[in-house]
Design a protein around this ligand. Structure first.
Ligand SMILES: Cc1cc2nc3c(=O)[nH]c(=O)nc-3n(C[C@H](O)[C@H](O)[C@H](O)COP(=O)(O)OP(=O)(O)OC[C@H]3O[C@@H](n4cnc5c(N)ncnc54)[C@H](O)[C@@H]3O)c2cc1C
Length: 453
């Protein structure tokens, strides 16, 4: 693989365009450069801090939880803010696809939560195990009861690997088994399996379940990158890549779905629709798919990429906070209003990030746009007003095609494309979109997390 600098020193038309228009690369460059502000600047209290004695509990210290904590800490004077989460390591999950395809080392996606929690915010290093919103309290695993006036639920989602019979996350990396989603180690191990596979090639199987997903583009990125890695190694002709989708499509936004399918036809990647991965025999390298008519189809493989079904974590799914009707009830997603992100039945509770029962947008980009909205709406409610801001469901995803090229797709909650960078055509290969993913988005992510944008 090329080093960072040699990769970036090959000018192509889009790079020249980037250099010329670099100063207009907004909002990402603004986000990235704001990451360079000093801690003192970033932690400075807001000019018109709202005085309060309110107790605010934030569940989860992922991107959503920390973004909310940092913003509230800056906006409020006198509040008691508590974060509940046992997790010590902070993972930059959007980098997993780069780790799993041999572009980044895994250290680039590992940080420490304690470096991002503002001083003065209490951190209860335990998991929440029970919600009692009627009493405004939450219980933790050691039996503590924590009371609140307001709560932000930001505990992400649950990867249900257990729904695939025979699946063992500890085996990721062995016997041609890959899965980018589980952890930095799993992403690295996925690259190990992919790298071994590409030495000789063979039969690859890529999967997609029928649930809402975080970064629904990740299974597609892994497929494009596998194809590209095989071509680089000269083993593509000796290989077959088959994509198995449990759905009737591969992406919920039609124009992107059609574009990717068109590209895959050109790359000779056939798609089997309505085939759901239900079981895997890791040692024998066999996958079983269930079909709508109840039949089971078995396939042998040399390399497989497993994407698990996803849902709200059980602690929400089994609580009164979960959605009670419609498509969101199935995954037990948090029952929020899709515009204000306020809980529909408990107005002192807001949801932020992957946990939300909103139609699209389980991405870091969604949190970038919605964290300021959630915080402002909470401040409104604390001041006795109605939530004043509305979220449009924005999400975005640099869809990796190969090293040096990606598509930057951005869309709203209704599935309309909403390109924000004039020099990037959403459906055209872009070196700039690649550069953003490779270089700019981690600083941008950290900026969001620190509540600076
Ligand atoms: C492979 C992959 C690729 C991605 N690519 C992109 C991309 O290109 N662009 C993009 O914008 N986004 C991408 N994302 C999505 C993005 O990373 C997530 O949407 C985002 O990190 C979600 O943040 P969150 O705060 O909602 O959840 P998380 O960051 O997952 O944090 C949830 C936190 O809640 C904690 N928690 C869980 N249960 C409890 C409990 N009971 N009590 C207390 N705490 C609890 C967890 O320990 C965790 O710290 C990708 C994700 C993955 C996995």
């Amino acid at each position: 693989m090329a080093s960072d600098e040699s990769r970036l020193s090959h000018p192509d038309p889009s790079r020249r365009q980037f250099l010329k228009l670099g100063s207009t690369l907004l909002p990402f460059s603004a986000v990235a450069s704001s990451a360079l502000l000093s801690t003192a600047q970033a932690e400075a209290p807001a000019k018109n801090q709202q005085k309060t004695r309110a107790k605010i509990v934030i569940i989860g210290s992922g991107l959503g939880g920390l973004a909310a904590a940092n913003r509230l800490h800056r906006e409020l004077d006198g509040a008691k803010i508590t974060i509940i989460d046992r997790k010590q390591e902070h993972n930059y999950q959007p980098g997993y696809t780069l780790v799993a395809t041999g572009v980044w080392p895994k250290d680039k996606v590992r940080d420490r939560n304690r470096d991002f929690i503002p001083s003065g915010v209490e951190w209860v290093q335990e998991m929440a195990i029970e919600f009692e919103p009627e009493q405004n309290r939450v219980r933790t695993e050691s039996g503590k009861t924590i009371e609140y006036d307001y709560m932000i639920v930001a505990l992400g989602l649950q990867l249900n690997y257990g729904a695939i019979e025979g699946m063992d996350v500890k085996a990721i990396g062995d016997n041609g088994l890959g899965s980018v989603y589980y952890s930095p180690d799993a992403a690295e191990a996925t690259w190990k399996a992919m790298d071994q596979f590409r030495q000789k090639g063979g039969q690859a199987i890529m999967t997609l379940p029928n649930t809402f997903l975080k970064c629904a583009g990740a299974p597609l990125k892994m497929t494009f990158m596998l194809d590209s890695r095989l071509r680089e190694a000269g083993s593509r002709q000796a290989s077959k890549i088959d994509f198995y989708s449990a759905l009737k499509n591969i992406f919920s936004v039609k124009v992107i779905n059609d574009e990717v399918l068109k590209r895959w036809r050109g790359l000779d990647i056939p798609v089997n629709f309505e085939h759901q991965l239900t079981a895997i025999d890791i040692a024998a390298r066999k996958a079983s798919f269930s079909l709508p008519n109840g039949q089971i189809e078995q396939r042998e493989y040399d390399f497989i990429h497993v994407v698990p079904p996803m849902s709200a974590p059980d602690v929400i799914r089994q609580s009164v906070l979960a959605s009670t009707e419609g498509v969101m009830a199935k995954g037990g997603w948090l029952e929020v209003d899709k515009k204000t992100l306020q809980h529909k039945r408990f107005p002192n509770i807001f949801g932020l990030g992957d946990i939300n029962g909103t139609p699209r947008g389980k991405t870091a980009a969604t949190i970038k746009k919605s964290a300021p909205i959630v915080v402002q709406n909470l401040l409104d409610v604390m001041a006795g007003k109605s939530p004043s801001l509305e979220f449009d469901g924005y999400t975005s995803c640099p869809l990796l095609l190969r090293e040096g090229a990606a598509l930057l797709i951005e869309f709203d909650g209704d599935g309309n494309l909403t390109p924000s960078l004039p020099m990037i055509e959403p459906l055209q290969d872009s070196w700039m979109a690649w550069l953003m993913k490779y270089r700019l988005l981690k600083p941008a992510y950290l900026s969001v997390l620190k509540g600076r944008v």
